[in-house]
Design a protein around this ligand. Sequence first.
Ligand code: PLP
Length: 381
Amino acid sequence: MIEKEQKYGFEVYPKRDIVITRGEGATLWDDKGNEYIDCAAGIGVASVGHANPAVAKAVADQAQRLITCPGIFYNDTRALLMEKLVSIAPPSLTRVFLCNSGTEAVEGALKFARISTGKNGFVSAMRGFHGRSMGALSATFKYRQEFEPLIPGHTFVPFNNIDKLTTAVDENTAAILLEVVQGEGGVRPADREYLQQVRALCDEKGVLLILDEIQTGFARTGNMFGCQTMGIEPDIMTAAKAMAGGFPMGAVLCRESISSAAGKHGSTFGGNPLACAAAIATIDFMLENDLSTQAKTKGDYLMNKLDQTSPAIREIRQLGLMIGIELKSKSRPVIEKLMENHILALPAGPTVVRLLPPLVISEAELDQVATTINRLLTEEQ
Ligand code: PLP
């Protein structure tokens, strides 16, 4: 299988030499039957656990009834999902646009902001990540050089610095676009006070606030959305990743005042009944099992178990079950050794080991993760 992918795949991803064939909860198996504790979760996707039975059943049931139905028709499953999304979102977000990925959600958010304000300037953060299509990439700090020229009007400021942000906003600014925790950029939570100042700045200047909750959304940080953890409400919010239990799906949630760009934006697959059924089952599972509280409790538990005094560690940053261990050396070798020890983790920049386990991970699994990391980092010395 590795040879086949190497032969036919387009070499975009830095690969790891295992063939994942099965998952359950926070456990993954490879084709040789080896077992792994998954702290990657499909890059923050499998929050309700791999092969979640409720999601699998919802997808199977819906697939036998209706798989596809474009947005030009009404659909029962889609209507129920939209109602559910609005019920768990911050109260001011009352409108939903459904799409198929995080990048596409950001793309939609940028277009809605432009059409609502008649302006085309955006300010986002250094180290921020919002996707790789030409629009989303224009708002992303990294991975851009090879693809320039990108869309003009995007500027970048240091994260968590309200003075620099205030200076960057001008009469052409449509929106400020930020993550609540910079995920790809190294697991860097926004300061609560900073986000509140950003909200006040937007209100004062008549600029929209777009929060990208693609990685932080759906219970990861201890609330359904990270902005609820931070006590602010955006004008536009993007979501994806964990939203449909692993089924590809994205969403843009908007205030009533945001223009829908009627007839000027759309997606063939966006809001298809299969994805909507998966998302309903995922959200119900999250609510029934209070995964928000689980994320907080388990994140704090893992933090306490990790040896923060290890001389290999510069800093550990955490919000809920989103943890970044910043090392004094490169993170890749540690991530490789973790895999040899049957734990799958992610990088977030060159020196950060990122842990985004399924929120259903058990205490025993977290113990094993912490013990292994502590041991490997001691051996590193
Ligand atoms: N925005 C954020 C904050 C992300 O973390 C990601 C993916 O990692 C994206 C956007 C892009 O999402 P997708 O890969 O689903 O297109």
